[in-house]
Design a protein around this ligand. Structure first.
Ligand SMILES: [Zn+2]
Length: 414
């Protein structure tokens, strides 16, 4: 490709996409940053990276000019969410290689909000957070949806009403939860604050360029900072407004590791209708609700963990945590949904054990009507399932385990 090939926005769709696998391969061959650094090594002001939980970590190098642009972009977007100078922003996320926390901090500071980079992930830290929140009274929160729900749970155990923290705006990224209607409602009810969804990918920092405004009608695409096309995942041609596809992102401002058509692998639907805020950016009305690769196909049905979560959160008696286990028995896929019930259900079940049967049946029926297959529902006592202070990993796929074990068994099927 040559710069002459780009005359109009329509020309962009003819450019090939770059994938995360391409970036990883390039960095493996030319460590640490690959040949797409595009600034001098001496101009690198910050180095970040991925945690590498799903493969080799990726290294991000950001120049000082870019860091300023990132702060400016995030300040604009946080303003759109309703933050103002004089607000205090409580950042309850990991301060590590993870870019999310630092990007939110840069934006908060640029906006001239007071920032409290509290962090997360240290054992016992959430109980300490409850005390700090009551004493410092921040007006805004940044973190992951699963952490906010965990914080509400810990506060409850300390006999503190999360509404007493006094948050007005809660900004989320890192997980799809804040875009899932039932989870959004649950967070808003627990904290009495506006739950605002945001986030694209670390590679695309300023990652806040997908972000809801204060009216919360789905994430706007801030096209003047990062240009996003929602594309057919096979051809990478943009799909029509109203249709589903995968976001493909192009940096307009970055000079360090700028991306031209980075394929996200996420799934979303985009629309171009008006918004009450007056912004004319397209929107993702349901947020980013899945990934091309974590959508589970079970007996021919496409199943998103976010859809299961949405159903569970509407069911009275649901204890707040769940896990999906997919297994293959005798070549037949089975979905087991492990669901925690609440403390009130546990109390009732002591004298009326049929309470659990009724709850199990209600969950299985509801899930079947939404996801198309009837899962095996296994009820778990409150507090049984692993809690996360960061990204929830709620899908366990055991099918590969089954396939590997039959392949290594002489005379086994397949
Ligand atoms: Zn808006």
């Amino acid at each position: 490709m040559h710069p002459d090939h780009l005359r109009t926005l329509e020309d962009l769709r003819r450019f090939p996409v770059v994938t995360k696998a391409d970036l990883r391969a390039e960095q493996a061959e030319h460590p640490p940053f690959g040949r797409y650094l595009c600034i001098q090594r001496s101009e690198v002001a910050r180095i970040h990276g991925t945690s590498g939980t799903t493969g080799k970590p990726t290294a991000f190098a950001i120049g000082a000019d870019d860091w300023r642009r990132i702060a400016n972009a995030h300040a604009r977007i946080l303003w759109g969410m309703g933050l103002r100078p004089g607000d205090t922003l409580f950042l309850a996320s990991f301060f590590s290689l993870y870019l999310g926390s630092w990007g939110a901090l840069a934006g908060g500071e640029r906006l001239r909000a007071g920032c409290l980079p509290f962090g997360a992930g240290v054992p016992g830290q959430t109980r300490v957070a409850v005390r700090w929140l009551l004493e410092t009274r921040p007006t805004a929160f940044y973190g992951t949806p699963s952490y906010a729900l965990h914080l509400a749970e810990v506060a409850g155990a300390e006999h503190v009403d999360p509404r007493d923290f006094g948050f007005r705006v809660m900004v989320f990224s890192g997980e799809p939860g804040a875009g899932i209607p039932a989870t959004k409602r649950q967070i808003e009810e627990a904290f009495g604050a506006a739950c605002i969804d945001s986030g694209s990918m670390a590679e695309m920092t300023p990652w806040m360029t997908n972000a809801e405004c204060e009216f919360r009608r789905g994430m706007h695409l801030w096209q003047d900072i990062v240009y996003c096309e929602v594309c057919d995942p096979r051809t990478y041609e943009p799909v029509a407004y109203g249709a589903e596809g995968t976001p493909v992102y192009t940096h307009l401002e970055r000079t360090s590791q700028p991306m031209i058509r980075l394929a996200s692998g996420d799934l979303t639907r985009w629309v171009d209708g008006p918004c009450e805020c007056g912004r004319t950016y397209p929107r993702l009305p349901l947020g980013i609700y899945g990934r091309l690769d974590d959508m589970c196909i079970i007996r021919g049905a496409n199943i998103y963990p976010s859809a299961v979560e949405d159903v569970l959160r509407t069911i009275a008696g649901f204890g707040g945590e769940f896990q999906m286990v997919i297994s293959r028995e005798r070549a037949m896929d089975e979905l087991v949904v492990r669901v925690e019930y609440g403390h009130d259900v546990a109390r009732r079940a002591e004298t009326a054990p049929e309470t659990l049967d009724a709850l199990r049946e209600r969950i299985a029926t509801h899930l079947r009507s939404v996801i198309g297959i009837r899962p095996v529902v296994r009820l778990e006592a409150p507090g049984t399932l692993p809690r996360t202070e960061f990204k929830a990993r709620r899908v366990v796929d055991n099918r590969r385990l089954y396939e590997e074990s039959v392949r290594s068994t002489p005379g086994g099927p397949g």
